[in-house]
Design a protein around this ligand. Structure first.
Ligand SMILES: Nc1ncnc2c1ncn2[C@@H]1O[C@H](COP(=O)(O)OP(=O)(O)OP(=O)(O)O)[C@@H](O)[C@H]1O
Length: 584
């Protein structure tokens, strides 16, 4: 979107270091010390083997044997304790960080403008918030520390190996270097695959959530087959992606097996020759092969950790991209608070609006809605009614022109301070899983019992909840599916009443209700609109007749304006709509 400049650049290592690693340096340092202790203890066994072969066995030295056994067992004990402490310390911290990041990302997502949500699948956002941040587990968790610890062990082992036999060590270095090069290439190849994987997964879950929500439509149109195919296609894309990365992981694993095999065979040959020549003791040979394992294991392990880190970075790339989008209230100009003494006068001055560049959907709109009055928007489908309502609700910003609330220019207003005074009742009124009471109090959780009761009475909610065994505590199911359309509307009206806003944006539902429900809803709407500035996308004649002004829209223009009687008298477009349609 125009107001949202995406920044697709990849997250930099320095940034990750500064934001994620550095604030935890103490913990990571402890982790590092623990891993060094852990790895050094690991070197005791091969060291001891050399003594066992060359000294203990040769000299039949039982005292020395005891010392060697005690040293090895102690080292193994310390190793076990340190690896336990390491996991406890770092893995817990990593999980804490994941939780913190999720909270941060969710908060940011909620601050994004409506236009962003119109253009992004909710499943994609769920995945951004829940899965993408999980990658940091590998940065703060044991991953990074193991990478460093592994490198240290490898370096120490390298010197110990040189000490035993430089020629054998250099021989080994050749296949290891080849392996290193292959790994580097593989990582370069894998990173974009991981990046894409997150995207595919988000798309597939997004569509899945949608189809589960729309199960009635799917079954109603017998469209299961079609939906199953879409899901299958998505799943196969995901599978193909995983397959691709598995191929390169497999290349890495098998090349490591092969190259290490080559190294071992070479060592066997050279070592055997040297032993025969008397240049190398059996103990040294044994120690060499064991140290070699210690040098190579971390390198192989590093390739694993490397792919974990790659995955972490790919996730962080996507998180970063999202966090770089500016929130709807982030504009420095939005500093003015709307005072609690707000009257609720609304003025739209020369407002133009386009969703997409050069496709203007509202042209030169001028509206004045005085505090406490009802303004009805009527007009054919697509004429721009919802767009005007969304502009007044500050969900959209005019492409040009201004909107004033009392005397404040809406462009400079802190949106949260404005929306405190705003209430919305929309057609597909969204109710949450939970009780009726929770849904009503949603807009004002601190409402008193009296306020709650007033709202319930004003919207005639008890008229139907009295018939429920659980009354207002009845759980209404996801999106309120367990209530009828008319009942849902009344809950939504009660929810708006309890918020006690100064300005009401109302999109009247078009659903046909029986006369009794209709009358009850009309009554509750009257109570909702009383004393508030109401902008209503009107479909009921009774609402329209009551309106202080009716704005007739046609293709993004206001073509007529006046009260019901005035407009009927004029015999223009409104008269036409009124005459030819039972409902407008
Ligand atoms: N998110 C969007 N992106 C692009 N174009 C949009 C978007 N929403 C609406 N439009 C277009 O803007 C125009 C006005 O739409 P709007 O929803 O305001 O009409 P409406 O009068 O409320 O219609 P209805 O009575 O059918 O709800 C339409 O041409 C529509 O196609």
């Amino acid at each position: 979107m125009k107001e949202n400049q995406t920044n697709p650049k990849k997250v930099s290592i320095t940034k990750v270091f500064k934001d994620i690693v550095w604030p935890r340096w103490k913990l990571l340092l402890i982790g590092l010390i623990l891993i060094i202790i852990n790895r050094l203890c690991g070197l005791v066994l091969p060291g001891a083997s050399k003594y066992l072969m060359d000294d203990v066995v040769v000299n039949k030295d039982f005292e020395m044997l005891k010392t060697v056994v005690i040293a090895v067992i102690s080292a193994i004990f310390v190793q076990a304790i340190s690896s336990f402490a390491l996991t406890r310390l770092l893995s817990v911290e990593a999980q804490r960080l994941i939780a913190q990041l999720r909270v941060k990302v969710q908060k940011h997502v909620m601050s994004l403008p409506i236009s962003y949500f119109d253009n992004t699948k909710s499943g994609v956002l769920v995945s951004r918030i829940m899965s993408d941040v999980e990658g940091v587990r590998n940065l703060v968790g044991t991953g990074l520390v193991q990478l460093i610890g592994g490198s240290i062990t490898a370096i120490i082992s390298f010197f110990l190996l040189i000490n035993i036999s430089p020629s054998m060590t250099f021989f080994v270095l050749v296949p290891i270097s080849i392996f290193g090069l292959i790994s580097l290439k593989a990582f370069k190849f894998i990173r974009p695959i991981f990046r894409k994987r997150g995207k595919i997964r988000a798309e597939v879950t997004g569509r899945l959530t949608e189809s589960l929500n729309g199960v009635r439509i799917i079954k109603g149109f017998n469209a299961e087959e079609q939906e199953n195919k879409i899901f299958e296609a998505g799943t196969i894309r995901l599978y193909e992606n995983v397959k691709k990365s598995l191929t390169s992981t497999a290349i890495m694993t098998s090349s490591s097996t092969f190259l290490l095999g080559v190294a071992s065979t070479g060592i066997m040959g050279i070592g055997g020759y040297k032993i025969i020549q008397g240049e190398l003791s059996i103990g040294d040979f044994l120690a060499f092969t064991l140290y070699l394992g210690f040098m190579i294991a971390p390198i192989v392990q590093m390739s694993n950790i490397g792919s974990q880190l790659t995955e972490a970075f790919a996730g962080l790339d996507r998180t970063e991209e999202l966090m770089n989008l500016s929130g709807e209230n982030d504009d420095d100009k939005r500093k003015e608070e709307v005072p609690n003494t707000i009257q609720g006068n609304i003025i739209l001055k020369d407002v133009n609006f386009e969703y997409e560049e050069n496709k203007e959907v509202l042209h030169d709109i001028n509206i004045e809605a005085k505090a406490g009055t009802i303004t009805a928007l009527v007009g054919s489908s697509g004429s721009g009614k919802t767009t005007i309502a969304s502009l007044i609700a500050s969900f959209l910003n005019p492409t040009s022109g201004k909107i004033f609330i009392d005397d404040q220019d809406l462009r400079f207003v802190d949106l949260y301070s404005y929306r405190q005074h705003l209430g919305v009742v929309l057609q597909d009124d969204f109710l949450f899983e939970g009780s009726i009471e929770e849904n009503i109090k949603f807009s004002n959780p601190t409402a008193t019992e009296e306020e709650f009761k007033n709202a319930v009475d004003a919207a005639y909610v008890s008229e139907f909840t009295d018939r429920f065994e659980e009354g207002l505590q009845t759980i209404i199911g996801e999106r309120g599916v367990k209530l009828s359309g008319g009942q849902r509307q009344r809950v939504a009206i009660a929810r708006a009443i309890i918020a006690d806003p100064k300005i009401i944006i109302l999109d009247e539902a078009t659903s046909n209700l029986d006369t009794e429900s209709e009358a009850l809803i009309q009554e509750s709407l009257d109570r909702l609109m009383k004393g508030r500035t109401t902008i209503v996308i009107a479909h009921r004649l009774s609402t329209i007749q009551k309106a202080d002004q009716i704005l007739v829209l046609h293709q993004g223009n206001i073509i007529e304006q006046g009260t019901h009687d005035e407009l009927i008298e004029k015999e223009g477009r409104y008269h036409q709509l009124y005459k030819y349609q039972a409902r407008i």
